[in-house]
Design a binder for this molecule. Structure first.
Ligand code: GLN
Length: 450
C-alpha cells in the first residue's frame, strides 16, 4: 500500500542518507497522511516523488540551498506539484543542490555537499545532485530537478540514473525559483526511461501562469516505447568527440553507438560548428538573467533579513552579503557587469547573436538526423574538493549539456556502462538530444538502448 511504501522509504533513508546527504528536509508524517488517502487508480497514485529544493510545495521550506531563504515556507504549489498531486503522486522530501542551481557538483550548497552513491568521496554532479543521488541510492522512486545548463542530465550521468530535460516551454516553470529564465526547465530523474515518460505525461502542458509554456499537444510519452529503430537516423556531432574526453567515457559512448547500429539505426555524421562558443555564451546569458532574477532577495519579501539595519540600503546590502554564498555573488557581479551600460552591446547582445547561431546549428543538424548522440559529461564523477576552488574548471563540466539549453531542445541522459577508477565502478551517461517537442521519439530512442 502507499503507506507501506512511505514507511519503507523512511527506513531506507534512515539507513542510507547519513552517507549520501541527498535530502535537505523531509516530512514523513505529512507523506503518510497523503498516502493513507491516495487514489491508486490514478497514473502516479500513491507514489512519493522527491523534489529539488527550488520548487515550491505548499507549507514546505524552499531554500534553493541558500542561507538567504532560511525560514521561508511556500504558501503555494508550483504548477508541476499541482499536476503531480492531480495524478495521485505524493511530493515528498526536499533534495540538495548547488545554491540557486549554480554549479556542477552540489558542493555549492550552503547546507553541505551531497555524496555520490557509487563512491562517497566523489561528487554526484549538479546542480540537481540531491535529486540524482536519492534516485540512484534507492532513497526515492523518482524525483524532479531543474536544468539550466545540464543540471538534470549531468548528475544523472554521474549517478547512473535517467535524467530528462524537456524542450523549453514543455513544462511550466511557475513556482520554480528562477535562475536563468530563458534556459530553465523542470524535468524528472527516474530509474527507467519508461518512468521518465510517465512523469513527463503528468507534468507537461500549457500553463496560463507561465507565458513561456507552449500550447503543444501532450501525447502519451510511453506510446512509442518498444518500437524498433528501423529508419531512425542518429547524428554524431564531430565537435563532441574530441580530445579531453575521458577514454573510458569515449569508448562506452562508441560502444553504445555500435549497439544502436545493431538495432537498425542509421548513424550519420553531423556538425555543430558553434559548439566551442556555447560555454562562453551561456555564462554571459545565464549570469545576466540570474543577476536580475536574484534582485528580489533583498530581506524584505522572503527568508533571511539582516538584523538592526541602519537604513534600507544597509538592510539590502547586509542581507545579501550574509545570505548569498561565493558562487552566487560571483555570478551576480558577472551578470551585472555584462548588462551594464557600455558593456551590454559587447557582451550580452553579442552572446544573444551567437546563441542564435548555436540554435541554427541544431536546426541544420536535425535536417540530417532524428536525434544526436554524444557523451553527457566528458568524465565520470570527480573527487569532492577537486574543482571547488577553480570556477573555470567547474564550468567546463557542462561543455556537452549547455548547448541544448541555449537552443531550447530536449535531451536525456541514460546509463551506458561504467568506468573503472581507483578500483571502483563509476557510471557513464549517454546523452541523446532531440528536436523541439520531440520527447516521444527521444524516449523511444533512449528506451531502445536501455
Ligand atoms: N552547471 C551549470 C551552472 O553552473 C548549469 C547549472 C544548471 O543547469 N542549473 O550554471
Amino acid at each position: 500500500s502507499p503507506a507501506d511504501t512511505v514507511r519503507a522509504l523512511e527506513a531506507r533513508i534512515a539507513q542510507v542518507d547519513p552517507q549520501i546527504h541527498g535530502y535537505l528536509s523531509r516530512d514523513f508524517d505529512a507523506a503518510l497522511k497523503l498516502a493513507e488517502s491516495a487514489d491508486v487508480s490514478l497514473p502516479l497514485g500513491g507514489v512519493p516523488i522527491a523534489i529539488k529544493d527550488v520548487i515550491n510545495v505548499t507549507g514546505e521550506p524552499c531554500t534553493a540551498a541558500s542561507k538567504i531563504l532560511l525560514g521561508y515556507r511556500s504558501n503555494y504549489d508550483a504548477t508541476v506539484i499541482r499536476k503531480l498531486r492531480a495524478a495521485g503522486a505524493i511530493p515528498f522530501g526536499r533534495t540538495n543542490l548547488d545554491e540557486f542551481a549554480m554549479g556542477s557538483s552540489t558542493e555549492n550548497s550552503a547546507f553541505g555537499r551531497t555524496n555520490n552513491p557509487w563512491d562517497t568521496s566523489r561528487v554526484p554532479g549538479g546542480s540537481s545532485g540531491g535529486s540524482a543521488a536519492v534516485v540512484a541510492s534507492h532513497e526515492a522512486f523518482a524525483s524532479l530537478g531543474s536544468d539550466t545548463g545540464g543540471s538534470i542530465r549531468q548528475p544523472a550521468a554521474l549517478c547512473g540514473c535517467v535524467g530528462l530535460k524537456p524542450t523549453y516551454g514543455r513544462v511550466s516553470r511557475f513556482g520554480l525559483i528562477a535562475f536563468a529564465s530563458s534556459l530553465d526547465q523542470i524535468g524528472p530523474f527516474t530509474k527507467t526511461v519508461r518512468d521518465a515518460g510517465l512523469l513527463l505525461n503528468v507534468i507537461s502542458g500549457r500553463d496560463p501562469q507561465d507565458s513561456t509554456s507552449l500550447d503543444e499537444p501532450v501525447p502519451d510519452y510511453t506510446a512509442q516505447l518498444g518500437r524498433d529503430l528501423k529508419g531512425v537516423r542518429l547524428g554524431l556531432p564531430r565537435e563532441y568527440f574530441i580530445e579531453g574526453v575521458d577514454p573510458q567515457v569515449d569508448s562506452a559512448v562508441r560502444a553504445a553507438i555500435k549497439h544502436y547500429e545493431s538495432l537498425g539505426a542509421e548513424i550519420v555524421d553531423v556538425s555543430l560548428p558553434n559548439t566551442e562558443h556555447a560555454v562562453g555564451v551561456y555564462y554571459i546569458i545565464a549570469t545576466a538573467e540570474a543577476s536580475a532574477n536574484l534582485a528580489r532577495f533583498d530581506g524584505v519579501r522572503y527568508g533571511h533579513r539582516a538584523p538592526d539595519p541602519t537604513g534600507l540600503l544597509d538592510q539590502y546590502g547586509r542581507t545579501r552579503e550574509e545570505g548569498f554564498g561565493p558562487e552566487v555573488k560571483r555570478r551576480i557581479i558577472l551578470g551585472t557587469y555584462v548588462l551594464s551600460s557600455g558593456y551590454y552591446d559587447a557582451y550580452y547582445l553579442r552572446a544573444q547573436k551567437v546563441r542564435t547561431l548555436i540554435r541554427d546549428d541544431f536546426t541544420k543538424a536535425f535536417e540530417k538526423c532524428d536525434a544526436i548522440v554524444c557523451p553527457t559529461s566528458p568524465e565520470p564523477a570527480f573527487k569532492a574538493g577537486d574543482r571547488s576552488d577553480d570556477p573555470l574548471k567547474m564550468y567546463l563540466a557542462d561543455i556537452f549539456t549547455i548547448a541544448a539549453n541555449l537552443a531550447g531542445i530536449c535531451g536525456i541522459s541514460v546509463p551506458c556502462g561504467f568506468a573503472n577508477v581507483d578500483g571502483r565502478q563509476l557510471p557513464i551517461g549517454l546523452q541523446i538530444l532531440g528536436k523541439p517537442f520531440g520527447e516521444a521519439q527521444l524516449l523511444q530512442i533512449a528506451d531502445a538502448y536501455e
